[in-house]
Design a protein around this ligand. Structure first.
Ligand code: PMP
Length: 386
């Protein structure tokens, strides 16, 4: 009898089970008293009545789906307005919207490395070792030379770029999704400029949280709109919707339209998501205090858990990372929190290549002081011995 072609999956499942690495899906209750520190709805906009109404209006006007690629039938007036509004808000010349932040990152990394130069040298990708999976996958897809450098280390970026004769693209998250720490963007930009390299920054966790009125980490660093800097964002965190975008010089955006495979061959962002993101941007412009509130909530969560002796990283944005002694302890801790009415994120290998499991708390602007205190108290009470 030949083996069944999927038998290897059973063996892998058993290994993952033994290592505490099996993941399960649990539907989110539609309405509950759960204090949610696990999602990425940083500004509390996903259920904002004007945002949900804008989504419904867009679906009624344009349909439930985009119907085709952005290059065929998938671009509506809403997509164009969203691109204008995002670019203007964040301080960039132009923007291009994608069906996800993941697709935007794949597009930016692959299309900006391009083919080998006329002198036979190709582009070099220089990547922070802590970069998000979507940037890593972009680097895998890009047929370019790669250098992975130590975390948040501009000198290491500088050294890798200086050793390469051709074009280079330095790639980093603005705020790293696991520990919530910020990249040294100004120093990275300086290192890039010394060797004529471009800088690509994934600002998924910076938009809405950092910079004046939530204009993002690049705006905060004085790099928004620079002619050698490109940003990517997601519409699924602070903007409470779904989708992603690349922001940068107009000629970069025009280049992506003709060269980014995740733009050309993917169905456009659903009109409802575009409408919701556009409305969320309008709310953010009107209510910039959401940005200060989400950061205050992150600081307060950090203050409370560290005061109780838990090892947590000081947040640079809205993510608070608390270390757990093992993957199993992290899973149990997260489950105990949930049973006590507090949803927290749980990160463990292989999502965290350094092997350190963590609880990940995402602050939200719409939590009351009482909810923040109750959530921190629950996390401390259910903590395993470290
Ligand atoms: N970049 C970072 C840093 C992220 O955290 C995420 C989402 N987890 C993405 C990109 C992907 O964005 P999206 O969920 O819109 O695909």
């Amino acid at each position: 009898m030949p083996q069944h072609p999927f038998d290897w999956i059973d063996a892998q499942h058993q290994r993952q089970l033994a290592a505490g690495l099996v993941r399960t899906l649990r539907p989110r209750p539609a309405d509950s008293a759960l204090v949610d520190l696990a999602g990425n709805d940083y500004l509390g906009l996903t259920r904002h009545p004007e945002v949900t109404e804008a989504a419904a209006r867009a679906a009624r006007r344009w349909g439930a789906g985009a119907t085709g690629s952005r290059l065929v039938t998938g671009t509506t007036a809403l997509h164009a307005r969203l691109e204008e509004s995002l670019a203007e808000f964040c301080g960039f010349e132009a923007a291009l919207v994608f069906s996800s932040g993941y697709a935007a990152n794949l597009a930016a990394v692959t299309a900006l490395t391009g083919p080998p130069g006329p002198d036979g040298t190709g582009a070099l990708l220089v990547c922070d070792e802590g970069n998000h999976a979507s940037l890593i996958d972009g680097c895998r897809l890009a047929r370019a030379e790669k250098a992975v450098v130590p975390h948040a280390d501009p000198a290491a970026f500088r050294k890798a770029m200086a050793a390469h004769p051709g074009r280079a693209l330095a790639v980093t998250d603005s705020v790293f999704s696991v520990d919530g720490d910020a990249a040294p963007l100004r120093a990275l930009a300086e290192a890039c400029r010394e060797s004529g390299a471009a800088l690509l920054v994934d600002d998924a966790h910076g938009l809405g949280v950092l910079g004046e009125g939530g204009r993002g980490a690049l705006h905060a660093a004085g790099l928004a709109g620079a002619d050698d800097v490109v940003a990517t964002v997601t519409l699924s965190k602070s903007l409470g919707s779904q989708g992603g975008a690349v922001l940068g010089p107009a000629k970069v955006i025009t280049h992506l339209v003709s060269n980014a495979r995740t733009f050309i061959f993917d169905t456009g962002l659903a009109p409802a998501a575009a409408g919701a993101a556009l409305e969320a941007l309008a709310v953010l412009r009107r209510e910039p205090e959401r940005t200060t509130r989400v950061r205050a909530v992150a600081d307060e969560l950090h203050r409370r858990v560290t005061a109780a002796g838990l090892p947590a990283v000081r947040p640079d944005a809205a993510v608070v990372s608390v270390r757990a002694p093992s993957p199993e302890a992290a899973v149990r801790w997260a489950a105990d929190c949930r049973d006590a009415g507090v949803a927290v994120g749980c990160f463990r290998p292989p999502s965290v290549p350094d092997g350190i499991s963590r609880l990940r708390l995402t602050a939200r602007a719409d939590l009351s002081d009482g909810q923040v205190a109750r959530a921190a108290e629950t996390i401390v009470r259910t903590a395993p011995a470290c």
